[in-house]
Design a protein around this ligand. Structure first.
Ligand code: HSE
Length: 307
């Protein structure tokens, strides 16, 4: 096999209270990457989308991830990447992770699946550093593993898949850009103990809520007293979005990753669509353009696309 095409899902990281340690894959939108194995060393990137991302491998998230993987490959080989991205960079739904994770999973297929999922996460994280200036796996891990994943530790890597009930996800993507690196820089370096206590109680309860399919507990735990108060000022009408989505029946939600996208979880499709209508109502009054998605948490991470 010399060529594969993969579908790489968008992801929601942080999941409100679990900054940098929790994320989940969503069924839509997904990026598509076609990889060809070449005997020529190195990486060639061909963009078939409209995002104008750099084609020099060292400056491209996917390129850097593949270069990290190639360092561990003994034989002379390289890859040609044809990129068909749909997930807009800087959207907050894991665009860079979809690129980095998608291409390393595809390359691994072409190399006879010699690397473990943990190794692929390590390679993909090198790409994530280019996008955000920091190593974090809360988009990469769910993108590769699917479902809800917890990253207990990065060094050594310790990733745990968390069982969760079927949940519907409404995402609003305001068409403004929030750079992850900047959204990280504005965070406070120190956290009062009382806030830390609230936060880790919520993280533990959220995981328990997922594992017990306890929707009320999930709803009560979707509270962030550390990151959201700082970052939400970057997102127009954030408080209103939350209030109106809850009134429409959402369990809760908040900033997706570092924003500007905002997500809400719902128990059923009908509610998720009502939440979408509520979000659209709020945003149509802001003058900011936006896109919405109604989707589900997806158990499928990056996977081969059959023609
Ligand atoms: N956990 C990261 C952050 C996700 O919030 O900065 C963004 O890629």
């Amino acid at each position: 096999m010399n060529e594969v095409t993969v579908s790489s899902p968008a992801t929601v990281s942080n999941v409100v209270c679990a900054f940098d340690v929790l994320g989940f894959a969503i069924a839509e939108p997904c990026d598509t990457f076609t990889l060809r194995k070449t005997s020529k060393k190195g990486v060639t990137i061909i963009n078939r989308d409209n995002f104008n991302l750099p084609t020099e491998p060292e400056k491209n998230v996917a390129g850097v991830a593949i270069l990290a993987l190639l360092k561990e490959v003994k034989e002379e080989s390289g890859f040609e990447i044809v990129s068909n991205k749909i997930i807009k960079p800087g959207s907050g739904i894991g665009s860079s992770a979809a690129s980095a994770a998608g291409v390393v999973v595809a390359a691994n297929h072409l190399l006879g699946n010699r690397f473990s999922k943990e190794q692929l996460v390590e390679f993909a994280m090198c790409g994530e550093v280019v996008a955000s200036g920091s190593r974090h796996a809360d988009n990469i891990a769910p993108c590769i593993y699917g479902g809800v994943t917890l990253i207990r530790s990065l060094n050594p890597l310790d990733i745990i898949s968390i069982p969760a009930p079927e949940l519907f996800v409404t995402v609003i993507h305001p068409q403004i850009e929030v750079k992850t690196s900047e959204a990280r820089q504005i965070l406070k370096r120190n956290v009062p103990l009382k806030d830390a206590i609230t936060q880790w109680a919520n993280v533990a309860a959220l995981i328990t809520g997922f594992m017990k399919s306890d929707y009320d507990l999930i709803s009560r735990s979707l509270e962030d007293v550390i990151v959201e108060p700082v970052r939400s000022i970057l997102i127009p009408a954030f408080d209103k979005l939350k209030i109106k989505s809850k009134e429409a029946g959402a369990l809760g939600g908040g900033i997706s990753g570092s924003g500007p996208s905002v997500f809400m979880l719902s128990k059923d499709l009908k509610t998720a669509k009502k939440v979408e209508t509520a979000m659209k109502d709020v945003y149509s009054k802001t003058g900011v353009e936006f896109h919405t998605h109604v989707t589900t948490i997806s158990q499928q991470g990056v996977h081969l696309k059959t023609k």
